[in-house]
Design a protein around this ligand. Structure first.
Ligand code: FPP
Length: 267
């Protein structure tokens, strides 16, 4: 099975949704609720992760369809190491399996895979596969898929600061832009929208620097059930939000009138 197959294009035509008025360039997703999805059905947690992986395939395809340019997914946090060993190993195996089975198809569909997080402490063979997958797809342009794996937002900031100090940048020259230049996503815009499934309202150490002005969308739906239509509804809601970036409504209105409202107020 593959993440992006041709057949669904026909399904999409059968199933067309009205065009979105405003599409976020960068969507980040906390794919939460796999375990509870499984427990509700009396299944092992691993089955929840397997179904969650199937769903990821659907949502990547939908992201391409809706015109999202960058998607960042929280696959494994630095805190997830404290889960039962069996579950940690399973999550590692799932990532390896996704790379083995899906890489060619993702590449054909123009998906550029990137990794954010640290590969130290990750099994060497898996680490190699992650790096090779990134290298193999590096010139693709249709969708950048950032996989946050062994990722922690605070850890990312600490590493950025260490790097800045090592580079000898004087304190008075350090600005927000400096930090932005030293984090994993330095060449990407911040996420416009962060989606969290399963009724939780936390960032859980995900993109805490980049998410300062992101719109946040939460839904009760567990990740394995968060389908294309629900993703679409999240994007519709994003389109209805007014991003003020700390300014007043009146200022934003004026910026729109002057023709520069699209990114009004953005850093
Ligand atoms: C949160 O659900 C989910 C995760 C910790 C892992 C997310 C991974 C996938 C969806 C599989 C795809 C993975 C890769 C590596 C590409 P949870 O287990 O915390 O659910 P719960 O809160 O209901 O227990």
């Amino acid at each position: 099975m593959t993440f992006l197959t041709r057949e669904p294009q026909r399904a999409r035509m059968r199933n067309s949704l009205p065009a979105l008025q405003k599409v976020p360039a960068h969507v980040a997703i906390i794919m939460d609720g796999n375990g509870r999805w499984a427990r509700r059905r009396g299944l092992p947690r691993g089955e929840g992760h397997r179904q969650g992986t199937e769903n990821l395939r659907r949502i990547i395809r939908a992201a391409v369809e809706f015109g999202v340019q960058i998607m960042t997914i929280y696959a494994f946090s630095t805190e997830n190491w404290s889960r039962p060993r069996r579950e940690v190993l399973l999550l590692m195996r799932i990532l390896e399996m996704v790379i083995d089975r899906e890489l060619a198809e993702l590449h054909d569909e123009g998906v550029q895979i990137r990794h954010i997080g640290e590969l130290d402490g990750v099994d060497k063979r898996l680490a190699r596969k992650v790096l090779d997958a990134c290298e193999f797809t590096r010139d693709n342009q249709r969708l950048i898929l950032n996989v946050a794996f062994n990722y922690g937002g605070r850890d990312e900031i600490v590493r950025a600061v260490q790097h800045i100090v090592r580079d000898g940048i004087p304190p008075e020259d350090i600005s927000e832009a400096t930090i932005s230049n030293y984090i994993y996503t330095s060449d990407l815009p911040d996420p416009d929208l962060i989606i969290r499934t399963s009724g939780e309202f936390r960032l859980s150490n995900f993109l805490i620097w980049q998410g300062a002005y992101s719109e946040i969308y939460t839904t009760e739906t567990y990740w394995p059930d968060f389908d294309r239509e629900q993703f679409y509804l999240a994007l519709v809601e994003y389109g209805n939000r007014r991003r003020r970036f700390g300014k007043t409504d009146e200022q934003i209105d004026a910026e729109y009138r002057n023709g520069n409202g699209k990114r009004a107020g953005q850093r």
